[in-house]
Design a protein around this ligand. Structure first.
Ligand SMILES: Cc1ncc(COP(=O)(O)O)c(C=O)c1O
Length: 412
């Protein structure tokens, strides 16, 4: 529709920049948190939809499906059992709020706790969606460096002590402790103990974002920080995006009722999508436990293809650690590479990557780093996409000096 009405004069101040129009997915897409389409349990989801609708479909006539404002009760009951079994969390269905993806969970928790000018601690490399929210809220995000075992708790202690000296009490410590985004690190149990001690000492709650914790190759994980706390003070969020499918938009918050009851009034959408909750409730009770190991086996095979392709095309120019789980590889290229420029040039050649500075509070540290999602491209697309990326990188920055392609051409 063409219109001559100009909305700019009525927009509220401080609105984010205008959204670009969607131009489609890149041919070789290594961005975002997309899942493996081949691994989607489609038949079981279809059967679950049919059976739950036949049995309970008429509850759709009621806001909240006769389950109340916290979300579809059979799904919350599944979560109670699953969180106990996998993460050691002992909670009731009344301590779980189903949300529209864990992005809504982030918004709700932030809405309850943060005001402009507040300070929070966050892993120096972290989820872009979390970092951007803090920037938009006018919150000061103190980046805590990571090592091979996740957040450096000694650095968190130093940051909290420094803030205290300046009369500042952080609002929360945000962490993705179990398969971190983007580094894929797992915070060992001892560090979780130390983090809880810091939380108690400085009276700062922990905000635990656990959405990748089901995707560990050997299925072994430390208990959730939420489970280890003896005094509350932890808010835990999770999602079905990574274990089942992101487009479903179903996540959840686990929190003691005293804080959940303050978060719930901020959820003003009269409930998250009911069909998704019903289908998941039906599917998960029967199939979740057998689906996840199948999915992770497929993801492990894909990351092996990605690591092999990087080694073949970039040689030692691409540095990364073999991840223990998840859907991302966090890759360091030589210092000469300005990853934002590489991302632009690569996109023009059909390869989409996530530049590190968008996943970090430290633009210098992340300048030559990138995040590659290996879950959604096929094995063949991973191989071809990495080859194209290496060609673009060589053309733009002179590295990698030699690659499989160059050697092949030289031999031919
Ligand atoms: C750490 C983390 N938290 C939250 C989300 C949001 O996921 P969703 O809203 O799909 O549950 C993501 C998505 O990539 C993530 O990586």
């Amino acid at each position: 529709m063409t219109t001559s009405f100009d909305f700019t004069s009525v927009l509220r101040p401080g609105l984010p920049p205008a959204a670009p129009k969607w131009t489609g997915l890149a041919k070789f897409n290594f961005t975002g948190g997309n899942n493996d389409a081949e691994q989607l349990p489609l038949d079981a989801l279809m059967a679950s939809a049919a059976s739950v609708l036949a049995r309970e479909g008429r509850t759709l006539a009621t806001y909240g499906l006769e389950s109340g404002p916290l979300g579809y009760l059979p799904l919350r009951r599944f979560l109670v059992e699953k969180l106990k079994r996998t993460a050691g969390i002992a909670c009731t269905a009344e301590e779980i709020l189903i949300t529209s993806g864990s992005l809504q969970a982030l918004d709700l928790v932030n809405g309850a706790l943060l005001a402009p000018g507040d300070t929070v601690l966050i892993e120096q490399e972290s989820y872009q969606g979390s970092l951007n929210r803090l920037i938009r809220l006018g919150v000061n995000a103190v980046g805590i460096p990571l090592d091979h075992d996740g957040m450096r708790v000694d650095a968190a202690a130093a940051a909290l002590a420094d803030l205290k000296r300046r009369g500042i009490r952080a609002k929360y410590i945000y962490t993705i402790p179990t398969v971190q985004n983007p580094t894929a690190t797992i915070l060992p149990e001892q560090r979780r103990v130390e983090l809880l001690k810091l939380s108690q000492e400085y009276e700062v709650p922990i905000f635990e974002d656990d959405c990748y914790s089901d995707l560990i190759w050997d299925g072994r994980r430390p208990p959730a920080i939420y489970a280890m706390s003896t005094r509350g003070g932890v808010i835990h969020i999770g999602s079905f995006s990574k274990s089942i499918a992101p487009a479903l938009r179903v996540g959840y918050i686990v929190a003691p009722w005293d804080i959940l009851s303050r978060i719930l009034p901020l959820k003003t959408d009269a409930g998250s999508g009911a069909l998704e909750q019903m289908v998941l409730g039906e599917f998960c009770a029967r199939h979740f436990a057998e689906h996840v190991p199948k999915l992770t086996r497929g993801l492990r095979a894909k990351v092996e293809t990605l690591m092999e392709s990087l080694a073949e095309q970039f040689g030692t120019a691409a540095e990364f650690e073999d991840p223990k789980g998840g859907i991302f590889l966090w890759v360091k290229l030589p210092d000469a590479v300005d990853i934002r420029k590489l991302a632009q040039a690569a996109l023009a050649a059909g390869v989409a990557i996530n530049p590190g500075p968008e996943w970090s509070t430290d633009s210098a540290y992340s300048r030559s780093r990138m995040r590659l999602c290996f879950a959604s491209p096929s094995h063949e697309a991973i191989r071809q996409g990495v080859a194209v990326l290496a060609d673009v990188c060589r053309r733009e920055f002179g590295v990698p000096v030699r690659s499989a392609n160059v050697e092949q051409r030289a031999r031919a």
